[in-house]
Write a protein that binds this ligand. Structure first.
Ligand SMILES: N[C@H](CCC[C@H](N)C(=O)O)C(=O)O
Length: 280
């Protein structure tokens, strides 16, 4: 089975072109391929598929085999893949995801997709729809106690997938792995959650580290960057356009006041092509 390894700000997935390949058990394949010693090594698996509702369809699986509704970094990579590999000649495409249809615009120079801008749609703030169990909705800087009696104030946002955002003094030495896992599995989040720890730099710049549901700490998360900017604006900390510094790169997020849509702009890159020879 042929595959392509791509990354967006270091958030790396294995991409399979399902116009050419047949994937029967994506959950199992995601686990096997993502493993760094027996497999290829990645944050998960992404399938590029035909769609009846849009130009293309994406399915994404975390490295533990669970399926995520949306993935911002993968959406940008699919923009680059479908254009540069000739699946489309359109600079703007629509992409069906389990978190709704997204609209992408590739910024192209001499046939190369340099960056992709994605209309990520409107953020979802109703607690039940995220979903998060809390007596108030929206959940804006509300305490959630995690297992070891540590209390964090979370602002909860769905970008098609769930996110819990906490503001911290600094991200560099913050124990993301320890707290991330506990928050991900906290019963307040019935579908588990992605977790972002955010350090405010100024009104147009934040730093963020992420613990992803199903994958652990990754170098970047596009939906997480969007959720973090929405959370920063809801709390009055930031203006409408914010640069997000992640461990693996930078994204620019704009939450448009007029139509309430969130726009994400950032890079996407090919790493290598390969052929998977194992049975799964
Ligand atoms: N890295 C992705 C998000 C993956 C989300 C996944 N971990 C989930 O279960 O929701 C991004 O760039 O948006």
């Amino acid at each position: 089975m042929r595959f392509t390894k791509m990354e967006g700000c270091g958030n790396d997935y294995i991409y399979i072109n399902c116009f050419e390949e047949v994937v029967e058990q994506p959950e199992k394949l995601a686990i096997a391929m993502s493993e760094r010693h027996f497999g290829i090594g990645a944050d998960g698996l992404v399938l590029i598929m035909p769609s009846e509702k849009a130009d293309f369809r994406m399915r994404m699986f975390n490295l533990d085999g669970s399926e995520g509704e949306m993935c911002g970094n993968a959406v940008r990579c699919i923009g680059k893949y479908t254009y540069e590999r000739g699946l489309t000649n359109k600079e703007e495409i629509s992409l069906e995801t389990a978190g709704g249809i997204k609209y992408l615009k590739c910024n192209i120079e001499k046939g190369i997709v340099k960056t992709v801008r994605v209309d990520m749609g409107e953020p979802i703030l109703e607690a039940e729809k995220i979903p998060v169990k809390h007596e108030t909705s929206p959940v804006i800087r509300k305490s959630i106690v995690i297992n070891n009696n540590n209390e964090f104030q979370f602002t909860c946002v769905s970008m098609g997938n769930p996110h819990g955002v906490a503001f911290v003094e600094e991200t560099e030495n913050f124990p993301v792995q320890e707290y991330g896992k506990q928050v991900e599995n906290n019963p307040a989040f019935p579908k588990k959650t992605n977790v972002e720890f955010v350090q405010l730099i100024n009104r147009n710049h934040i730093k963020m580290r992420v613990w992803e549901r199903g994958s652990g700490e990754t170098l970047a998360c596009g939906t997480g960057a969007c959720a973090s900017v929405v959370a920063s604006i809801l709390n009055g900390f930031c203006d409408r356009e914010v640069k997000v510094s992640l461990l693996g790169g930078e994204l620019t997020i704009h939450w448009n006041e007029e139509n309430n849509h969130v726009y994400m702009t950032g890079p996407a890159a090919f790493s290598f092509d390969g052929v998977w020879l194992k049975d799964v």
